[in-house]
Design a protein around this ligand. Structure first.
Ligand code: NCD
Length: 305
């Protein structure tokens, strides 16, 4: 594996082997000294052109837990504000000795371009509404650790699918691993064309309350998500995970959310804090799967963790 850009073409064995490695890193991270020397001497650079709390810190934590060094770039305080191009920025960071680049950008395809320009291994940390593949890995690992497998599970992804790179990455990973995926969204928040997507769609969250996993998404106001809704109150009425709906879910079902959550909109505050809402496990597993991907891209073949 040279880059980690998308879940759309990754094979089931490759996904499973990354998840297996992720499981081992969950154990490593639970040790008193949660660190292994696997990437000593390597440098991972973070290029985040869009806001991020958990993804950026998670990649930093993952790199450091593998003993790699990290460098960080912040667009607001950089020479981008003097008009330096994305390409020159990427090449400058390469010239400083980065061994891999973690890239988030609002424009679809940016991580692929950075990969071409620099020739370095690139990890996509979110490009526009297109892909967010490490999110799909951490979600898959969280589900697999809970149920033992994704095979045959019924997973509903609810909310602003149209603007969601999380949905686009999760759909491919979940279905490749054998799950049955249903999308739940107002018409205006579904992609215009679902041709080729391995999913079903339904019109209200009430239709999926007998499933195994309810995966809630944020309305992406920064990408125009709220402007196509009549009102947030109506959204909650047909799509919100309220306390009353949560009580109707099967007892072994789980609720997930990639964060940041809008409590009271897609998820009630009480559900967000419920033990069967695995939001914090998702975040914790994010460090482990990012370690797995970094090791695969930068490590020796049979390194002992
Ligand atoms: C998501 C993102 O940025 O794509 N957040 C994340 O990485 N956990 C989802 C979102 O912003 O709603």
């Amino acid at each position: 594996m040279k880059h980690f850009l998308s879940t759309e073409t990754i094979s089931k064995p490759d996904l499973e082997s990354l998840l297996d490695l992720g499981d081992r890193f969950v154990e490593v991270l639970a040790r008193p000294i949660p660190k292994v020397p696997a990437l000593r001497g390597k440098t991972v650079a973070m290029l985040f052109f869009e806001p991020s709390t958990r993804t950026r810190m998670s990649f930093e934590r993952a790199a450091k837990a593998l003993s790699a060094d990290t460098m960080s770039f912040s667009p607001g305080t950089s020479s981008l504000s003097k008009g330096e191009s994305l390409k020159d920025t990427a090449l400058t960071i390469k010239a400083m000795g980065a061994d891999a680049l973690v890239v988030r950008h609002k424009a679809t395809g940016t991580p692929w371009r950075v990969a071409d320009w620099t020739g370095l291994p690139v990890l996509n940390a979110g490009d526009g509404a297109h892909q967010h593949p490490t999110q799909a890995l951490l979600d898959s690992l969280t589900i697999r650790r809970h149920f033992g497998t994704l095979d045959g599970l019924r997973i509903a992804i609810v909310g602003d699918i149209r603007h969601s790179r999380v949905a686009r990455s999760d759909i491919w990973a979940f279905t490749t691993l054998g799950a049955d995926v249903t999308l739940v969204a107002p018409r205006t928040l579904l992609p215009v064309d679902l041709e080729g997507w391995p999913v079903k769609t339904v019109d209200t969250i009430d239709d999926v309350l007998d499933g195994d996993v309810i995966y809630l998404l944020r309305i992406q106001t920064e990408r125009g998500g709220a402007s196509v809704l009549p009102s947030l109150a109506e959204y909650v009425e047909r799509f919100g995970m309220t306390n009353e709906r949560f009580d109707r879910l099967p007892e072994d079902s789980i609720v997930m959310h990639p964060g940041p959550m809008n409590r009271g909109v897609e998820i009630s505050a009480a559900v967000a804090d419920h033990p069967r809402a695995l939001v914090e496990e998702q975040v914790a597993n994010g460090v482990a799967v990012r370690m797995a991907v970094l090791l695969r891209l930068l490590g020796e073949e049979d390194v002992d963790v």
